[in-house]
Design a binder for this molecule. Structure first.
Ligand code: PLP
Length: 393
């Protein structure tokens, strides 16, 4: 079978691959602790499940409009008004099968062959692949560790070309957990306005922000920036609804219309039942969000000091999301591994802890550990890693 060039070049998601490998080892009876997960470990709140079941019993089991149920769009619009103070018209919103598919459809609607999308490193694994699948070219800028893995306006200017179509900003970031401040976003936004570059603002971790930190959307900074930005968000991480597959994009009407046309020929609509559940997610109590956020923050504060006590590990303290992203290049060197990929492999096979090597995120010196798992397991995993490193010194 001769496969298409576009899939031959595709690298499978490293996050999903390691998680699958860890599960396989567990099935073989090995006591592996998986820190690869990209999803909250809490159940979806009961009132959301009840609303979805009720909708089915009431007969809402048919297609919906391709861009989503009007009632769900209304809730999303209310959310933007309340959280960001931005007004959106229903024609500026598309509901999709997860935020991932919002991004996929966006790149398909936006990019012509050879168009460039600026992707700051470290990046979420799917951005480059999705850009390439749409015929685009990822252009990377290094978010330097000394700048909390964030890019500066000067760096952005230095890579802009005739072909630049868009830049991706993911705050809070997967994998680094870093947040852009209002002034940093303003500086980046000014560059994008001047050069007419679309800002793709992936805000999927918006609700998971810790300490004194505050999430700011670049689109809320001025009406001009709202026009220049497409926001990507969804209920997966905020409401612990990863399996429901509901995300959305909000932005320019013509772009949303093009995305809707594409969706009408690919997914038809996001699952009807999941849309009804998502209406309840936004219209019902948000209490659970706070409880989850507090649980994540408590875990982070408990394990952070244990993590940086491991010889050769350095780590910026995350401000949001649910990942730790230590630089472990020194630890790999001290323990005799050629690189961090080999070190990660050994962590899985010898220490029985599954972490994601940073190479998949464009950051080969780091590993990503998810703290979306119980504190007991987290402490046990960090202890195992510590002992593993000590034993090899
Ligand atoms: N954007 C980022 C940065 C993510 O980490 C993820 C999920 O891991 C997504 C988008 C996709 O979210 P969804 O599950 O809604 O497709």
């Amino acid at each position: 079978m001769q496969l298409a060039q576009r899939v031959k070049a595709l690298t499978p998601s490293s996050t999903l691959a390691i998680t699958a490998k860890a599960k396989e080892l567990k099935v073989q009876g090995l006591d592996v602790i998986g820190l690869g997960a990209g999803e909250p470990d809490f159940n979806t709140p009961q009132h959301i499940i009840d609303a979805a079941v009720l909708s089915m019993n009431e007969g809402h089991t048919k297609y919906t409009p391709s861009a989503g149920l009007p009632a769900l769009k209304k809730e999303i619009i209310n959310k933007f008004a309340k959280d960001q103070g931005i007004d959106f018209d229903p024609s500026e919103i598309i509901v999709t099968s997860g935020a991932k598919h919002a991004l996929y459809t966006l790149f398909q609607a936006l990019l012509d062959e050879g168009d460039e999308v600026i992707i700051p490193t470290p990046y979420w694994v799917s951005y480059p692949e999705q850009v390439k699948l749409a015929g685009g070219k990822p252009v990377y800028i290094e978010g330097k560790e000394e700048n909390d893995y964030k890019i500066t306006a000067e760096q952005l200017i230095s890579v802009i070309s005739e072909k630049t179509k868009a830049v991706i900003i993911n705050s809070p970031s997967n994998p680094t957990g870093m947040l852009y401040s209002e002034s940093e976003l303003k500086e980046l936004g000014d560059v994008c306005l001047k050069h007419e570059i679309l800002i793709i603002s992936d805000e999927i971790y918006e609700k998971l922000v810790y300490g004194e930190n505050k999430h700011v959307s670049i689109a809320e900074l001025s009406p001009a920036l709202k026009e220049q930005t497409i926001i990507i968000n969804g209920v997966s991480k905020s409401h612990s609804m990863t399996g429901w597959r509901i995300g959305y994009a909000a932005g320019n009407k013509a772009l949303i219309k093009a995305m809707t046309n594409l969706a009408s020929h690919s997914t038809s609509n996001p699952t009807t039942t999941a849309q009804y559940g998502s209406i309840a997610a936004y219209s019902g109590s948000q209490e659970m969000l706070n409880e989850m956020r507090e649980a994540f923050e408590h875990r982070l504060n408990t394990i952070y000091d244990q993590l940086i006590a491991i010889p050769g590990f350095t780590c910026l303290k995350p401000q949001g999301a649910f990942y730790l992203f230590p630089n472990v290049s020194k630890a790999a060197e001290l323990t005799g591994y050629a690189d961090v990929d080999d070190f990660s492999q050994a962590l899985l096979e010898e220490a029985m802890v599954a972490v994601i090597p940073g190479s998949g995120f464009g950051a080969p010196n780091n590993i990503r550990l998810s703290y979306a798992t119980s504190l007991d397991l987290l402490e046990k995993a960090i202890e195992r890693i510590h002992q593993f490193v000590e034993s090899k010194l």
